[in-house]
Design a protein around this ligand. Structure first.
Ligand code: SF4
Length: 227
């Protein structure tokens, strides 16, 4: 680990590369399959991420399929009646979602000629789109080396590399720097999906599956527990 010029310690490129290789290897065998992962269409990735906010993926799946069956692209969705979208989104709960969809889709149509922007700063200007959704769209949809951080990724970094973070770790500069290092690879979208699945299925918040974890040899959390 080396000191960075912001705060805290960050791993070397080599350490990060070893970590990523193992997470990707695990993902190749165990990654979850969802319809929004079968596409690199930035619009579908964007809509899926908006649906996944505070909602379980299994709940999103049928709604995502129904929505794109009826409204396959930006134009169709922008011209759709609000009531129809509301009806489709109803099983997801959270009433603010329908107007939020309407705002985003209309802005894409009017301001971006039905195209999803391919720059973080532009994406973040869309209503309800923050760093995380922007990073997901850019990496999965556009194949760009763009980072994402959420509390799950912070947890994995903290445990595996033994770094310190603030309470709002996802905003820490050294954590973001690590997320950038992590995604500096050939397939950044896949790398981002891989760490999300790894955090959800192996390095869970409670009772992480350390016994069967392919990263346990180098993991600081495990070595700390053994000493
Ligand atoms: S060994 Fe345990 S704590 Fe470390 S990365 Fe694996 S699941 Fe997480």
């Amino acid at each position: 680990m080396k000191k960075n010029n912001t705060s805290g310690e960050i791993p070397s490129l080599k350490e990060m590369s070893t970590f990523r290789t193992k997470v990707l290897r695990w993902f190749n065998r165990n990654g979850r399959k969802y319809p929004w992962r079968d596409t690199t269409d930035p619009f579908r990735v964007l809509i899926a991420e908006m649906m996944l906010r505070r909602t379980k993926a299994d709940q999103v799946k049928p709604v995502y399929e129904q929505l794109f069956k009826e409204f396959p692209d930006v134009e169709a969705l922008a011209d759709a009646e609000n009531q129809k979208i509301e009806k489709i989104l109803y099983p997801l709960g959270l009433k603010w979602r329908t107007p939020a969809f309407g705002l985003v889709v209309r802005e894409l149509k009017e301001k971006y000629h039905c195209r999803v922007p391919d720059k973080r700063e532009e994406l973040k200007k869309l209503p309800g789109v923050g760093e995380y959704v922007a990073g997901a769209v850019l990496s999965v949809g556009y194949g760009k080396k763009e980072w994402i951080v959420d509390s799950n990724i912070v947890r994995v970094f903290k445990r595996y590399f033994g770094i310190e973070t603030s309470k709002e770790g996802r905003r820490d500069r050294h954590v973001i720097e690590m997320a950038k290092m992590y995604v500096s690879c050939k397939n950044p979208g896949k790398a981002n999906l891989a760490i999300l699945d790894f955090a959800a299925l192996v390095c869970m918040p409670k009772n992480p599956g350390c016994g069967k974890c392919p990263l346990k040899k180098e993991c600081v959390y495990v070595s700390g527990r053994l000493t």
